[in-house]
Design a protein around this ligand. Structure first.
Ligand code: PLP
Length: 350
C-alpha cells in the first residue's frame, strides 16, 4: 500500500514545527540542562514498598498528598493548585485553556512559543533591552494592539539568569487584559522575593513552579498556583491521572526532609564561586545570575562549545539566541572546577 505524504496531512501549524531536540551526548561533566547535580536517594527498598501498593490501580487523580506536601514545603497558604507532568505540561494546559495571542520576551524559555505553535495560537517574542530587562514600551504597544490572551514572564529568566525589574513586571500585570503567567522555575535560587504574595491582589495572575531544577527533574512535577476560579478553568483541560503514582510517591518523600533546601543552598554558593572564577578569566564575560546557571559570552561560542565537548564538558550553546553566549549549569564544586579548567583551555585557543 502506498504510504501517504504525512507532511501534507498534518495541520499547518504542526508542519512548521521541528521535534524538540534534547541533547543526548554522554559527557563526564553534564552542565547543559539546568538540572541539579545532587540526586535525591530513596531509602533502601522504598521503590518496592511504593510499588507494592497496587500498581494495577490508577493513581490519586488529584494527587492530594503531594499538593499538601508542596504547600507545606514552600509555605503556600493554600494547597489549591494544578499539578502538571512537569511545568511544560502546565504551559500546554494554560495555552489550551486561555488561547493566544501568546506574548513573551526573548530570549526566554523556548516552550512558550513552541507550545503556542503546536496548538495553532499566534505567538510573539519581544526582544529584551540591553540589560536583559523587559522592553516596556514595545510590550505595552503589543498588548494594546493585540490584547494577548496570555503573557509568559520567566523571572529569573532562562537563559539570561536575571530577574526582570519588579516595577516593569507590575506594569505588565496592570496593563494586561488576559492572563499573566510568572514562571518561577528558578525562584528557589533567587535573592529576590517571588510574586506569590501578589496573587491575592491580581486575579489574572498565575504562578508556575517546578521541582525539576531543585533536584527532581526525572519525576516531572510542576505546579500552578492561582485564583481558584482560574485553576478551575485549567483543570477542565487537564488529562485525568496526569501525574503518575511513582512520581507522586517519590516527590512526597523528597519534600519531607531538608534535601531540597540543602541542594538549593549548595547550588547558590557554587554559583557565587563559579561567577567569581569566571569573572577573573580573560576573554569570558559572565552575567550575574539569580538562577542555577550562568550565561557567559565568549569570542567564538561555537568553537568554545566544541572545544569543551572535546574535553568531556557539555554546556548549552546559546549562540543563536544571544550572540556569543553559552549557558552553563552550576554543578558540584568538582564539576565546576573541571568546567573552569576546560574553559581556560578552550578560550586560550588550545
Ligand atoms: C526548565 C524550565 C521549565 C520546565 O520545567 P519542567 O517542570 O521540567 O517541565 C519551565 N520554565 C522554565 C523557565 C524553565 O527553564
Amino acid at each position: 500500500m502506498k504510504k501517504p505524504d504525512f507532511s501534507k496531512l498534518v495541520r499547518k501549524n504542526v508542519r512548521e514545527l521541528e521535534p524538540y531536540h534534547a541533547e543526548d551526548i554522554r559527557c563526564a561533566v553534564k552542565l547543559d540542562a539546568n538540572e541539579s547535580p545532587y540526586s535525591f536517594n530513596l531509602e533502601k527498598n522504598a521503590l518496592e514498598r511504593i510499588s507494592s501498593t497496587a500498581l494495577s490501580r490508577y493513581p490519586d487523580p488529584e494527587a492530594k498528598g503531594l499538593k499538601k506536601a508542596i504547600a507545606r514545603k514552600f509555605g503556600l497558604d493554600t494547597d489549591a493548585m494544578v499539578l502538571g507532568n512537569g511545568s511544560d505540561e502546565l504551559i500546554y494546559y494554560l495555552i489550551m485553556t486561555f488561547g493566544g495571542p501568546v506574548l513573551y520576551p526573548v530570549p526566554t524559555f523556548s516552550m512558550y512559543g513552541i507550545i503556542a505553535q503546536a496548538l495553532g495560537e499566534s505567538h510573539k517574542g519581544i526582544p529584551l533591552d540591553k540589560d536583559f530587562d523587559l522592553d516596556l514600551d514595545r510590550m505595552a504597544a503589543y498588548i494594546k494592539k493585540f490584547r494577548p490572551g496570555l503573557i509568559f514572564l520567566s523571572s529569573p529568566n532562562n537563559p539570561t539568569g536575571n530577574c526582570f525589574s519588579t516595577d516593569r513586571i507590575l506594569k505588565i500585570i496592570e496593563m494586561a487584559s488576559g492572563i499573566v503567567v510568572l514562571d518561577e522555575a528558578y525562584q528557589p535560587f533567587s535573592s529576590k522575593r517571588g510574586f506569590l504574595s501578589l496573587l491575592k491582589d491580581y486575579k489574572h495572575l498565575a504562578i508556575l513552579r517546578t521541582l525539576s531544577k531543585i533536584g527532581l527533574a526525572a519525576l516531572r512535577v510542576g505546579y500552578l498556583v492561582a485564583d481558584d476560579a482560574l485553576l478551575n478553568e485549567v483543570n477542565k483541560v487537564r488529562l485525568p491521572y496526569n501525574l503518575n503514582a511513582l512520581s507522586q510517591a517519590v516527590a512526597e518523600r523528597a519534600l519531607k526532609g531538608s534535601f531540597l533546601h540543602d541542594v538549593t543552598s549548595a547550588i547558590v554558593s557554587g554559583r557565587e564561586q563559579l561567577y567569581e572564577a569566571l569573572s577573573l578569566l580573560p576573554g569570558v564575560r559572565p552575567y550575574p545570575s539569580e538562577a542555577n546557571f550562568i550565561l557567559i559570552k565568549v569570542r567564538d561560542a561555537e568553537a568554545v562549545h566544541k572545544k569543551l565537548l572535546g574535553q568531556g564538558v557539555l554546556v548549552r550553546n546559546m549562540n543563536s539566541a544571544v550572540r556569543g553566549a553559552l549557558r552553563v549549569t552550576v554543578g558540584t564544586p568538582d564539576e565546576n572546577d573541571k568546567f573552569m579548567r576546560a574553559l581556560k583551555k578552550a578560550v586560550g585557543g588550545k
